[in-house]
Design a binder for this molecule. Structure first.
Ligand SMILES: *[C@@H]1O[C@H](CO)[C@@H](O)[C@H](O)[C@H]1NC(C)=O
Ligand SMILES: *[C@@H]1O[C@H](CO)[C@@H](O)[C@H](O)[C@H]1NC(C)=O
Ligand SMILES: *[C@@H]1O[C@H](CO)[C@@H](O)[C@H](O)[C@H]1NC(C)=O
Ligand SMILES: *[C@@H]1O[C@H](CO)[C@@H](O)[C@H](O)[C@H]1NC(C)=O
Ligand SMILES: *[C@@H]1O[C@H](CO)[C@@H](O)[C@H](O)[C@H]1NC(C)=O
Ligand SMILES: *[C@@H]1O[C@H](CO)[C@@H](O)[C@H](O)[C@H]1NC(C)=O
Ligand SMILES: *[C@@H]1O[C@H](CO)[C@@H](O)[C@H](O)[C@H]1NC(C)=O
Ligand SMILES: *[C@@H]1O[C@H](CO)[C@@H](O)[C@H](O)[C@H]1NC(C)=O
Ligand SMILES: *[C@@H]1O[C@H](CO)[C@@H](O)[C@H](O)[C@H]1NC(C)=O
Length: 409
């Protein structure tokens, strides 16, 4: 594995052709922007590439004040020519769905105490306007999109109304959402080609303060394998439930929720009450929302005891409109509900109410919310240069192919 990385880096340094080699290992490309040197870094066992392989313009900077953020966020690349399109080129292994995530941590790197506002582009189209002071810590932009072109650009440009202020970027990731390795259940199956799905919230209920992070090990498929972060959502007035761990329950459901997410839930204290979750969208204009709700129950190890032989019957409402009925019965029983498209505006109210005949109160384990935009990607300049797809299982074989091609063995 380490060897493969070394080979790929060597190849990439060798010239223009080289840029067509995928840097995707284990389905994930992680770029630590502003990292100097030509070698990969490891953080929490995850491999990060320096960004010099993917971009020419810009300058690198290390944040000197010791900020309480991950090591990845302490280096950045900034673009003094903010009036230009400053572009990364990502070589993907295919044109299926990917999660694209960009991270920005200003950290007063320039000593001016002026966090900039600038535009971020994907495939030549506006992805988002980044306000680097929108959060105390790092700001992340994330979307799911199936690119039309496997050679896709991620660009930054200042906004004229803010004097084309110097854009910067701290991290960039592309995660392939493999849909084929297990066909029993799909990953975000209602998402359409040509549409970008911008992440609004990815929440873990009942999990106290725990952020569920991408798993860095090789084998354990019960963990988060799709490079997602699940944010804890404390909910005052509800009971937290923790279920007994079983082997890899999450992989049995759509979108492969990690066990750590589905093994905890919130529930009202009284079976006749509902769960209310308001979700704020970044703008008040009408949006088409993609909503995923995760329901799962097992024997309770923390929380009031329940007889799971009894019926748990729930109705899902969005803004007061009944959308779906969910019934759970017995141990290790779950359902993933996807609602799309749902027209929303400003704040969306998700309500999980007790349905006719229920004995047990409603529950909710996890939720994802996206809003959809059409993304008219720039025309393809696809190369036809040979490509290799590496998968978890295939890494050894892939290494062999690369090495043989290069005449290294
Ligand atoms: C890194 O991997 C090693 C060996 O698999 C493991 O013992 C360790 O807990 C991992 N560290 C993190 C932060 O995941
Ligand atoms: C750094 O962050 C951790 C976790 O978010 C927190 O527990 C700790 O208090 C923070 N330290 C400082 C100095 O802010
Ligand atoms: C950026 O975010 C900060 C903090 O939330 C806010 O005060 C400022 O108005 C925002 N700037 C723009 C241009 O939206
Ligand atoms: C989206 O495009 C990919 C590759 O271009 C193709 O394999 C897939 O079938 C398409 N999906 C849909 C829903 O059209
Ligand atoms: C549950 O709520 C209903 C209606 O609000 C109320 O009549 C009932 O007493 C409550 N039960 C308990 C155990 O609190
Ligand atoms: C639930 O049903 C199973 C199978 O019918 C039975 O073995 C078990 O005793 C029941 N549990 C309760 C608490 O009724
Ligand atoms: C959501 O709920 C709040 C509080 O109950 C209410 O004021 C608001 O009108 C609701 N929004 C929609 C779109 O139903
Ligand atoms: C509720 O369930 C009862 C018994 O199963 C049935 O008779 C009744 O019609 C149901 N009501 C609704 C509104 O579905
Ligand atoms: C990717 O696209 C850019 C811009 O269209 C082009 O300059 C570059 O040669 C392409 N790279 C490959 C490997 O096709």
């Amino acid at each position: 594995m380490e060897k493969l990385i070394a080979v790929l880096l060597l190849v990439s340094a060798a010239g223009a052709h080289a840029a067509s080699f995928p840097f995707i290992l284990n389905y994930v490309l992680r770029i630590d922007c502003g990292l100097t040197g030509k070698t990969t870094e490891h953080y929490n066992n995850l491999t990060w590439f320096p960004d010099s392989f993917f971009i020419d313009p810009g300058k690198t900077k290390q944040i000197t004040s010791s900020p309480n953020v991950s090591q990845i966020m302490t280096t950045l690349r900034y673009f003094p020519h903010g009036e230009d399109m400053n572009c990364y080129r990502l070589q993907l292994t295919n044109t299926q769905k990917y999660i694209f995530r960009a991270g920005f941590y200003y950290g007063n790197y320039d000593g001016k105490s002026q966090p900039p506002v600038f535009d971020l582009f994907l495939g030549g189209q506006l992805w988002e306007t980044v306000n680097s002071s929108a959060a105390e810590g790092p700001v992340f932009q994330e979307l799911v999109y199936a690119p039309r072109n496997d050679n896709i650009s991620v660009c930054l440009m200042g906004r004229k109304e803010y004097g084309s202020a110097t854009p910067f970027i701290s991290s960039l990731e592309a995660t392939y959402l493999d849909d084929e390795t297990d066909s029993d259940h799909s990953v975000y199956r209602m998402m359409r080609n040509g549409t970008a799905y911008h992440l609004v919230a990815r929440l873990n209920f009942g999990g106290h303060d725990q952020v569920i992070e991408p798993w860095s090990g090789m084998a354990d498929v019960c963990e988060e394998r799709l490079n997602r972060y699940w944010t804890p959502q404390p909910m005052a007035g509800y009971t937290d439930l923790t279920f007994a761990a079983t082997s890899c329950s999450g992989t049995a459901y759509d979108n492969r929720p990690p066990n750590a997410v589905i093994n905890t839930a919130i529930s009202p204290t009284n079976a006749s009450q509902s769960i209310y979750v308001p979700v704020n969208f970044p703008t008040t204009t009408p949006q088409s929302a993609y909503i995923v709700l995760y329901f799962y129950q097992n024997s309770i190890i923390d929380g009031p005891p329940e007889n799971l032989n009894a019926t748990r019957n729930m109705d899902v409402y969005i803004d007061g409109v009944m959308r779906r009925n969910v019934k759970l019965e017995g141990f290790r029983s779950g359902e993933v509900v996807t609602l799309y498209p749902v027209l929303v505006q400003g704040t969306m109210n998700v309500t999980i109410s007790p349905a006719n005949g229920t004995v047990l109160p409603p529950l909710l384990n996890g939720m994802e919310v996206y809003y959809a935009t059409e993304l008219a990607e720039e025309a393809s300049t696809s190369n036809g240069v040979f490509k290799i797809s590496c998968s978890v299982i295939m890494v050894g074989v892939c290494h062999l192919i690369v090495s043989v091609f290069l005449g290294l063995i």
